[in-house]
Design a protein around this ligand. Structure first.
Ligand SMILES: [Zn+2]
Length: 462
């Protein structure tokens, strides 16, 4: 017991000091606490009286878990929730300690833990989770195809034999072996046909082959990437019927859709965010939370830093978007193409460690739609450490060269983009330039220095 108190006290001191210096000290505090008391996470997690929920997947886990946290909070529940960028064991330990009393006497209704796929198994060794929600499986920047199979297998092996319910994306064929391989109860969320579906694959796509028999699968339609209505002609593996069905989807300046019989509205944009909303609504409905509470919480939930975050500079609107892998890039572009107003685009590409040193992933992203007239693109500023490479990629995507400008300095680049002829501006950035872009936008908007970052702290590593 004394050891636990000492560990918590030491970690709380570190959290306080690092907060004073403007960062969240998330990883270090947890590391020190785990060194002083290796059983600390297990002990604190055991104080969750309701359920521990784990959220994993390639894209969307931060937004999805923040939405679930918002719904649980609106329902009057106490929740321990780790922040993005602090989603390994140390960061999760810090989240519990930050919410704990010194004597570890506090209880919580729920813990909502966002974590990388590879961390699911180690995390389950320390926390007794009742539910695991998987958003999707996409290839991250540098992963190769075999890596993704390995990731899925790690999750399968990590959950097998445990008393846990899986929440799976019914539209993702890469998840289709999980029920068989784990033998666990599964709930599914997925979309009915939407007005945004297409028949041919456009995006960088995974999941060409059946997870059950290895044959090539066929699609009736794609929502995006490999998500869609599929069937394996060899073994019959096809979409499971969703328990929570998203329908009547309308994408524009906001998202309007139905989940079973509830209609939800959200200030977010883009199909990928519609999936995040669907997943959050599904699991909270499954937990028995009232429709009215869910609806209200989703409507009030504002995008966080770099997740379609809106700024107003002068009379013009600017939207900041984090881009970190080909599918995320495709989806951000799709969201801005759904916005039919004439637009200026700013793209900051860095190649620091946290961005991924190898920038070849921009060639896997589908940038060709930017060259079409419907894109209403007025100007495109390439910026960041690898602005030249971005410009070359866009040129090959067929974007008219007279629209492309290179300005490696972020500040002048953003100002140039905002001053362009478009009615709105979209500021896309890789990880390590995101915070700088956000600071510039806040300054131009006339806000004081960003002391509090809403919703999440994703800059811990940069
Ligand atoms: Zn098959």
């Amino acid at each position: 017991m004394l050891r636990t108190i000492i560990a918590i006290a030491a970690a709380k001191i570190i959290i306080n000091i690092s907060r004073r210096f403007g960062n969240q000290g998330t990883v270090l505090a947890g590391r020190v606490a785990r060194w002083l008391d290796p059983g600390i996470l297990k002990k604190l997690a055991a104080r969750v009286t309701g359920e521990v929920i784990i959220i994993t997947g390639t894209n969307g886990k931060t937004t999805t878990s923040n939405m679930i946290a918002q719904i649980l909070g609106a329902n009057g529940n106490s929740v321990v929730h780790n922040q993005a960028g602090a989603n390994m064991l140390n960061g999760i330990t810090t989240a519990f300690i930050a919410a704990s009393s010194l004597k570890a006497s506090r209880h919580w209704d729920y813990a909502l833990l966002e974590t990388d796929e590879a961390n699911v198994a180690p995390l389950l060794n320390e926390v007794n989770a009742g539910q695991l929600l998987i958003t999707n499986f996409f290839r991250d920047q540098l992963d190769r195809y075999g890596e993704l199979d390995r990731t899925i297998r790690l999750i399968s092996e990590g959950v097998r034999g445990r008393d846990i319910r899986l929440w799976l994306n019914a539209d993702d064929p890469l998840m289709s072996a999980l029920p068989r391989d784990t033998g666990l109860p599964c709930s599914y969320y997925g979309f009915a046909a939407t007005a945004y579906d297409h028949e041919a694959q456009q995006d960088s796509r995974e999941g060409r082959y059946c997870m059950l028999c290895g044959e090539e699968i066929e699609y009736r339609r794609f929502h995006f990437a490999q998500l869609g209505a599929y069937r394996c002609p060899h073994c019959g593996n096809s979409n499971p019927a969703p328990d929570y069905l998203g329908s009547d989807l309308q994408l524009g300046h906001e998202i309007v859709m139905k989940v079973n019989d509830i209609e939800v509205n959200s200030p977010y944009q883009g199909f990928y965010n519609a999936y995040n909303i669907l997943a959050a609504v599904a699991i909270t409905k499954g937990m028995g939370i009232a429709d009215a509470v869910i609806k209200e919480a989703i409507a009030r939930f504002q995008p966080q830093a770099g997740r379609m975050e809106r700024f107003t500079v002068g009379i013009k609107e600017a939207t900041l978007i984090l881009v970190k892998n080909p599918t995320g890039f495709d989806q951000s572009l799709q969201a801005l193409l759904n916005d039919r107003r004439p637009k200026n685009l700013f793209l900051a590409l860095n190649d620091n460690a946290a961005d991924g040193r190898d920038i070849s992933w921009i060639w896997d992203a589908e940038l060709e739609p930017l060259s079409s007239a419907e894109a209403e693109l007025c100007m495109l500023v390439c910026s960041g450490l690898r602005s030249g490479d971005m410009a070359v990629r866009l040129k090959y995507a067929g974007v008219a060269t007279d629209l492309i400008q290179i300005e490696s300095d972020l500040d002048s680049g953003i100002q140039k983009a905002l001053g362009g002829p478009g009615k709105v501006s979209y500021i896309l950035s890789t990880y390590t330039a995101l915070f700088k872009c956000r600071k510039i936008l806040l300054r131009l908007q006339g806000d004081p220095a960003p002391s509090a970052i809403p919703g999440e702290r994703i800059y811990g590593k940069s």
